[in-house]
Design a protein around this ligand. Structure first.
Ligand code: AMP
Length: 475
């Protein structure tokens, strides 16, 4: 045992990971495996398939990356060729792809394995070039991977280990057909790892077809993060929100705030307003180029930008240790997204704070969220120091953005959605008809009031985790 290994945490040494990996873990400052790591690493090292319930913030990335690095560095590689990876990690978003590959590099820095990240929205040529070299671990989003498969620039016939990370998000984003096309070209004999935060019927079907006698690990249920995040809300008309947020940031001297809006347009508007008020802010969403998104995230991480305004999808996988403050500028219309959002703070055991700004029209969403997290969110009165904007300065688009048609639309085309007739604003869901302070139009003429046949959204099935029987390989 080298000096470096003896410096490694005994808890990680016990897991049986190779010495160069232990050294990298030591460098990262980890002393104890997180619960998902303690459960998943031995299972992956044992070589079988795995079905894991874990969400971002639990340490799940290291949970699969560490044992994968172990396998690839201790097993002899067969038929090594350029562009022929031994491990494929499929993820839903570019941000997550970049972060997972960064983790691979961090934990594999003392190994001679190579990795590559592949996603769309960027020039494909550098990817062609990278695939002309050896690539042991490929982290990819499904769409761009299919482009490469079509052009035969990548060869998946040597994949020994497949990971589907955030599988629920991939399905929500409509990637199921792309995933199936990828599965069809993989060798039959391989290890499969499926990570998902939720277990819908669709995920079970996917798992049944993909996994062979999987071991199940389950650590952070969706609402576990909820326990460590201090949650509160202000009731405030939509038209006052931008001014209130600027006031709160200055008043509390928040230095690093992640703000969620429901639309890309709303994200841009808010970032503009904050910058006008001398609060440095950047917006990050699907209409921004990858380089703009990466730049905004880097500026936020290094502190040169104080506020990052993001839509749900763009924020997926944002990994910032110790992010102290999250603000829901609008509540999400899918209650599970609230848990994802507040999971950006209170990570890896740190405490954090999540503040929601709730307009009258969002009360229905609030109830759904409180039902999901099984607690009520503390209502805090706005401090007397806040002076609402004069009527002339009010937000012109003062109504909360309308929900999309179905879940898929909300995920992908956040700006191009069609309003859902009535939907969540159906009578009885939220107080209606009360004129919003500051000149906002009464809510009564909107949404469901004009659509008496509107039904509240069907609740998403909350099936018990892992009750499905393991299936056989079906690809
Ligand atoms: P993840 O859930 O993979 O996105 O990881 C969340 C955060 O936890 C990342 O910033 C990791 O660097 C951090 N992390 C992962 N494993 C550990 C560990 N064993 N101890 C402390 N922090 C960790």
């Amino acid at each position: 045992m080298t000096t470096e290994t003896s410096a490694a945490s005994p808890a990680f040494v016990e897991l049986g990971l190779a010495e160069p990996i232990l050294r990298a873990i030591h460098d990262a400052g980890y002393t104890t495996p997180t619960p998902i790591q303690a459960q998943a690493i031995p299972q992956v090292l044992a070589g079988g398939d795995l079905l894991a319930a874990a969400q971002t913030g639990t340490g799940k990335t290291a949970g699969f990356t560490l044992p994968i690095l172990h396998h690839l560095s201790t097993r002899a590689a067969q038929a090594v060729k350029p562009g022929r990876p031994r491990c494929l990690i499929l993820v839903p978003t570019r941000e997550l792809a970049a972060q997972v590959e960064e983790s691979v590099k961090t934990y594999g820095k003392y190994l001679s394995l190579t990795s590559m990240v592949m996603f769309g929205g960027v020039n494909i040529n550098p990817q062609f070039k990278a695939l002309k070299s050896r690539v042991d671990i490929l982290v990819a989003t499904p769409g761009r991977l299919l482009d490469h498969l079509g052009q035969k620039t990548v060869d998946l016939s040597g994949v020994e280990i497949l990971v589907l990370d955030e599988a629920d998000r991939m399905l929500d984003m409509g990637f199921i057909r792309d995933i199936k096309k990828v599965l069809a070209v993989l060798p039959r004999q391989r290890q499969n790892l499926l990570f998902s935060a939720t277990f819908s019927d669709e995920i079970r079907t996917l798992a049944n077809g993909l996994l062979h006698n999987p071991k199940s690990v389950e650590v952070a249920r969706r609402n576990t993060t909820v326990e460590v995040v201090e949650q509160s809300m202000h009731r405030v008309p939509q038209a006052h929100k931008r001014d209130l947020l600027a006031h709160l940031i200055k008043h509390h001297d928040w230095q690093q705030v992640l703000v969620f809006t429901r639309t890309k347009h709303g994200a841009n508007k808010l970032a503009e307003k904050l910058n006008k008020d001398n609060i440095s802010a950047a917006a990050i969403h699907g209409n921004k180029s990858q380089s703009a998104r990466t730049k905004a995230l880097a500026s936020f991480k290094d502190g040169s930008v104080r506020v990052l305004v993001a839509t749900d999808i763009a924020a997926r996988g944002i990994d910032i240790d110790q992010l102290p403050q999250v603000v829901n500028f609008e509540l999400p219309n899918v209650p599970e997204d609230y848990v994802h959002r507040i999971g950006r703070t209170g990570r890896a055991g740190a405490t954090g704070s999540a503040l929601s700004l709730v307009d009258d029209e969002e009360v229905g969403y609030l109830r759904d969220i409180e039902k999901l997290i099984k607690r009520s969110i503390v209502r805090v009165e706005i401090e007397p120091g806040f002076v609402p904007p004069a009527k002339a300065d009010l937000m012109s688009d003062e109504r909360p953005p309308r929900p999309p048609q179905g879940r898929g639309g909300q995920r992908q085309g956040q700006n191009s959605r069609q309003p859902q007739p009535g939907g969540r604003n159906a009578p009885g869901r939220a107080p209606q008809g009360k004129p919003a302070a500051g000149g906002a139009k009464p809510a009564a003429n909107r949404g469901a009031a004009a659509n008496p046949s509107a039904q509240p959204r069907k609740p998403r099935p909350q099936a018990a985790l892992f009750s499905s029987k393991p299936g056989s390989r079906g690809h």
